[in-house]
Structure formats: C-alpha cells, structure tokens
Design a binder for this molecule. Structure first.
Ligand code: SAM
Length: 479
C-alpha cells in the first residue's frame, strides 16, 4: 500500500499525454513531472489516487541514456516543451513507441507496422504560429474606487502548472517575428497604460497575442484578442509592430519578413476559449498568404493551419502517397481546414470535396482553390458528421477518405457515414495517438484493415505526436 509523502525509487518507462514521465510503484502508475523514459529516479508521492499517483522528482539516480542539457534559455521557467531534456533521436523513438503502444493497447492491433518517425534536420524556430497569454500592466480600479498599478505586463508563456505568464524573450521553437512582437506589445502596453484581461474579475483589455508567420512568403499577421471593442492608440501599436518586423534581417533562405495584417479579435466572454467570433482588421489585409509545395494558401485569423511548415509538407506528401491516386478518384477531405490536403491531392484526383466546421476556413479553402486555378475541388461548411450523410444521400461516392480531426478524434456518427461511403482507402491524420487508435479500432470493426502508421514529428521538444495511418477496405461491405 503506497501513501502520500512516501519516497520511492522507480524507473520511468513511458510518457503521458501531458509530458510527465510514468513509472510504476507496486504496480501503480506514478506520474512525475520532469522525468523522462529511461531515468531511474527518487520521487516523493504528492497525490495518491485509487489507480494512479503523482510524484515530485526528488533526485535522478541514473539519467536516461537520452537525457541531455536543455538548450533553450527559457528552460525550467516556461511550461512548454516537456521533452527539452531529451535528445532529438530519443524524442523520435519515443513518439514512434507512443503511436505503436496506443495502436496495440487501445486499437487492439497485435503488431502494427509503425514506421520510424520522420524528424526535422534542424528542429528549431519551426513554429509558424505563436499564441501568447498576456498578464499585468496598466492602471486598474480596486474595491472602493482606488486606482492601482497592475504591475509590469508579461507576454509569453505560462509557467509549468500555473497561469503565471513569463515574458517570452527567447524561445528555441518560435519565430523571430513572434518573439519581437511579444516584446513590442509589452512596451506598448507599459507606455500607454493598457491593461491585460484578468480572468478572475473579467476586467482588463488584452487577452492574447497571436502571431502567424508565413515562412514561404515572409508575411506576418498579428492578432490581438481583446475584451472590448477597440484598442486605444491602435495606430501607434501598428507602427511599432511594423518597425519591429521590418528590422528582422533576412533569414538563411534570404526571406524578408513584413507585417501584412493586424487584426483585433473580440472575445468578451468569460470562457477559456482563446478567440471570440468577431475579427476586425486594424491594418493591412484580412488574411496572409503562404505556400506549400507549388500551391498557395490564404489563411484568415480564425482558420487552422499546421504549425510546422517543414513537416506539414512531409505529412501531406505522405497523405498523397497513401491516397494512391490515379486521376479517377473522388476524394473526401474531412476536417479540411483551409483545404490544404484536398488541394494538394486535387491535381491527381477526379474530384475533391472538403468539409470543415469553421466558416472562415471554408471561405479560405474555396478561395484557395480559385487562386491555385483548381476547378475540381469544393468545400462545404458544416460538421463532418452531419454533412457527410447528406452527401451520401445525394449519391456522392468516395474512393478515398482523408480524416484529419482535432485531438478529440472523429464523432462515431462520422465513422458510421465513412463506413457507409465504403471508400477503397482511408487516410487518417491525427495529432493524438489515443483517439486515433480508438477510431482505428471502430473502423476495423466496420471492415477497414490497418496497413501502417507513419509518425511525423510536427512538434519537436513537445510531447504531442502527429501521425498518419493508411487503412484499406477489406471489401466486407462491398462497393
Ligand atoms: C487538425 S485540423 C486539420 C485541418 C487541415 N486538414 C490541415 O491539415 O490544415 C482539424 C480541423 O477540423 C475542424 N473541425 C473540428 N470539428 C469539426 C467537425 N465536427 N466537422 C468538420 N470540421 C471540424 C477544425 O476547425 C480544424 O480546421
């Protein structure tokens, strides 16, 4: 019987979805922050539940062969990048293992073929999207009408297991444009006494700064999520941001960056949702343009776009290869975002139909078909689980179905509809191996055979795992 406060020695064997090392004491799983697979550690149990426990890392008795010194200057302060003390080779191996383990344990597969994780040659400064929380700053009214200074503002990352924000002065995975704009917004808020939103009181103006950077064109978009209708001295901030971006020296590919869009996103709800529904373009264009391969994509503030452009191309190349297109197929791109995967397939298929629930993304997708001169693709707005049955009722036949749902995976109704469509191939792109494995099992029961999985490292130094799976129709249902 183990209890809170007990000191135990254990070997870390696995990693949780939240990035904690997992070991076992008396058969019970113990989750330890800061421990990585292969470490032998001494831990003090801080919480003991019926079937699992949490421990504090007291001492590393024997470091994992994959343990390295963290290279990021913000290591130990910022709560992101839970694998920053693991060698990159170790991370790639761990991610492959995580996919395989989930496919066996949750997916019910015996010995699934999982290929080596496709890694990056240089896994740094890869993110094209930064999402920074904002705290402090400005003058606030306390109880009794007393005016008080809310302290210096910080724009950056949450500390591990807290909502304290640490200024992002340096980050090994974010773009230079994102780090610079975080600094500019801090200076602006301090000089102009602008408050950050306080979720306890529901007061204060600035909630988040989101920066999107199109590495293939150099276009940068800054989105200020605000708890109000407008931004005092917004024009001044635009000039400050523009100066900061134009001072970035060209990158190693000679790319010059320019601020093309500054957007206010209104979110007055007391909710943990980052963005509200209304966007107002404060300066420049309402979208930015990026490219993948020889296709161009316009992206609006609310639209999903893969965060790692180098790996996005590799992921899409794999999707295209798994789709096995000959030119005669109808491809359904479900959860299509701005239409990237579908449009990537369009020149090799007869017809592409995409479904996506976020309206601005669907508008982007249809416009992206036009700007690329693609005439055999159309994108529909709605929930995939509601729209696919309607397409089937209209007699649409699908040869290849691409699924790329959010972390929660597919709605069971959608999997039923996919089975009814009875495509030859299903290409399933996933950012959560657990829900992927759950859905693979359900699709298996509906007559689709798992062929192989290819993990693609979309999030170096982080514990999230992207992978892509090919399933083929066993012909149980017939076409
Ligand atoms: C992981 S993203 C994939 C987007 C796209 N395939 C790509 O590679 O950029 C998942 C997308 O599914 C959309 N989505 C979420 N729930 C949905 C639903 N029930 N039906 C259709 N789309 C949905 C999200 O808005 C998001 O754009």
């Amino acid at each position: 019987m183990i209890e809170k406060g007990q000191i135990c020695e254990l070997t870390i064997e696995d990693m949780s979805n939240e990035g904690q090392g997992i070991g076992r004491v008396e058969g019970m799983a113990v989750f330890v922050e800061g421990a990585i697979p292969g470490d032998v550690i001494k831990t003090r149990l801080t919480k003991v539940k019926k079937n699992y426990a949490f421990g504090h890392l007291e001492e590393i008795l024997q470091p994992s062969p994959n343990r390295v010194e963290a290279v990021c200057p913000s290591a130990g302060i910022c709560g992101g990048c839970s694998l920053q003390t693991m060698s990159y080779e170790g991370q790639l191996a761990l991610k492959k293992k995580m996919v395989k383990d989930k496919l066996i344990r949750i997916g019910g597969l015996e010995n699934p073929r999982v290929l080596d994780t496709i890694g990056m040659d240089r896994p740094f400064y890869y993110r094209n999207k930064a999402q920074f929380p904002v705290s402090g700053g400005g003058i606030v009214t306390r109880k009794g009408g007393i005016l008080a200074n809310a302290g210096p503002c910080s724009i950056g990352f949450y500390k591990a297991k807290s909502h304290d924000v640490v200024q992002c002065d340096a980050c090994m995975i974010q773009s230079e444009s994102a780090v610079r704009l975080a600094r500019v917004l801090k200076n602006f808020m301090e000089s102009d006494h602008i408050t950050a939103y306080d979720k306890e009181t529901g007061k204060g103006l600035i909630r988040h700064l989101i920066v999107k950077t199109a590495f293939q064109t150099g276009e940068v978009m800054a989105i200020l999520v605000i708890n109000g209708k407008g931004l005092p001295n917004g024009e001044k901030l635009v000039y400050m941001m523009d100066d900061a971006i134009s001072e970035i020296p060209p990158d190693e590919n000679g790319m010059e960056y320019s601020l093309e869009s500054v957007v206010l996103n209104i979110n007055k709800k007391k909710t943990s949702e980052i963005m509200g529904e209304e966007c107002i373009t404060l300066a420049g264009k309402p979208t930015i343009l990026d490219a993948v391969g020889n296709l161009q994509f316009e992206i609006s503030p609310m639209s999903f776009y893969q965060v790692n452009p180098v790996q996005m191309k590799r992921l899409y190349d794999q999707a295209l290869s798994y789709a096995g297109l000959t030119g005669n197929e109808t491809v359904l791109d479900l959860y299509c975002g701005v239409g990237t995967i579908g449009l990537y397939c369009a020149s090799k298929a007869k017809k592409v139909i995409g479904i996506e629930s976020v309206k601005p993304a669907v508008i982007d997708a249809n416009r992206n078909a036009v700007i690329n001169g693609i005439v055999n693709a159309e994108f529909i707005c709605g929930k995939a689980e509601e729209e696919l049955p309607k397409l089937l009722e209209k007699g649409i036949k699908a040869d290849v179905v691409i699924l790329d749902p959010p972390r929660a995976g597919c709605d069971p109704a959608l999997l039923d509809a996919v089975a009814e469509a009875s495509p030859d191939r299903i290409v399933y792109v996933s950012c959560d191996p657990a829900t992927l494995a759950r859905d693979i099992k359900l699709l298996g029961e509906k007559g689709f055979a798992f062929v192989e999985a290819q993990p693609v490292d979309m999030f170096p130094w982080g514990n999230h795992v992207e992978s892509i799976v090919l399933m083929t129709n066993c012909g149980l249902k017939g076409k």
